[in-house]
Design a protein around this ligand. Structure first.
Ligand code: NAG
Length: 289
């Protein structure tokens, strides 16, 4: 059955660059997902232990907020249990983590919205690499739950819109791992080795100045948001014409000039996360691309 809507959708999908296919197995993908779930689980449980009801109230949150965050933490523990159960003896064990920007319930909640967004992008980006269809359903059921977490955190707590736009953003394995690894201090040496790597950090100043350990010669910044990727040249270490985004967007430094071909194979640094929630009382203006 190919309706007009389906045809339009297929055309849109065809013009979108699927994350680069890699020689990853389903076990790799489950271990990768579990790596992220362990991180989320430790993040929520660690800070809920640290910030009690009074800390949340003192930070100005209504009295029901912490209980709901606790519920999210329980979901993450359940995701860990689900994936660990599927992997059995091949299950990745938790690492130790560091979240230096978190100093109080407010900064904890702000980072939670970002971490949930990255979780959504990770499952979305990995979906096309999963071989076993039953795992797609499991991953999908976790993905939609992470999206609800993100929506609630953004909307009810950050008073921002519950979404970034009409489509969420799929990210490749290395892009996600680059973000996650910044929070990982060390892992048990017995953990399975994942076929993923972390790119050097990327920072783009408000005037477009790029700070990174990677070379900026002959490079581009690609801005990824939803299923849209847009390319901006880098001249003398400055990205040219990068627009202001709303919601969550990801910028990478790449040797690739073609926006449909950007991916783990050609990224040099990043992603840098732009997180500028727009006011949910206003309607969503058109993207500024
Ligand atoms: C970008 O890559 C796609 C896929 O290979 C190709 O169809 C398209 O023509 C390329 N665009 C440009 C401007 O080279």
């Amino acid at each position: 059955m190919k309706t007009a809507v389906a045809t339009a959708l297929l055309a849109a999908v065809a013009s979108y660059a699927a994350p680069t296919k890699r020689a990853v197995t389903d076990t790799d993908i489950l271990q990768y997902a579990l790596t992220l779930e362990h991180l989320e689980n430790a993040f929520y449980h660690g800070f809920l232990d640290q910030f009690d009801d009074a800390a949340f109230t003192n930070a100005g949150f209504p009295d029901w907020v912490r209980g709901r965050v606790k519920n999210i933490a329980e979901h993450e523990a359940q995701h860990v249990a689900l994936l660990s159960g599927a992997l059995g003896s091949a299950a990745t064990q938790p690492c130790t983590y560091s979240f230096p920007t978190v100093t109080d319930p407010k900064s904890f909640m702000a980072l939670a919205t970002v971490i949930e967004n990255v979780g959504v992008s990770a499952y979305l980006g990995a979906a096309s690499s999963i071989m076993e269809s039953a795992y797609v359903t499991v991953a999908g059921s976790i993905l939609t739950t992470e999206a609800r977490h993100q929506a609630w955190l953004n909307s009810a707590v950050e008073k921002a819109a519950a979404w970034s736009g009409p489509e969420d953003t799929p990210l490749d394995f290395d892009e996600v791992y680059s973000i996650a690894s910044a929070f990982i201090t060390s892992c048990p040496s017995t953990n399975p080795t994942l076929p993923v790597k972390a790119f050097p950090a990327l920072t783009i100043g408000t005037d477009g100045t790029i700070t990174t350990t990677a070379s900026t010669a002959g490079t581009y910044v690609q801005l990824i948001q939803g299923l849209e990727t847009n390319v901006f040249p880098v001249v003398n270490g400055k990205v040219q014409g990068l627009p202001t985004t709303q919601g969550i967007a990801y910028a990478v430094l790449t040797t690739q000039a073609n926006s449909t071909l950007v991916g783990d194979d050609n990224i040099l640094a990043g992603p840098m996360i732009f997180n500028a929630p727009f006011n949910s009382k206003q309607s969503n203006p058109a993207p500024s691309f």
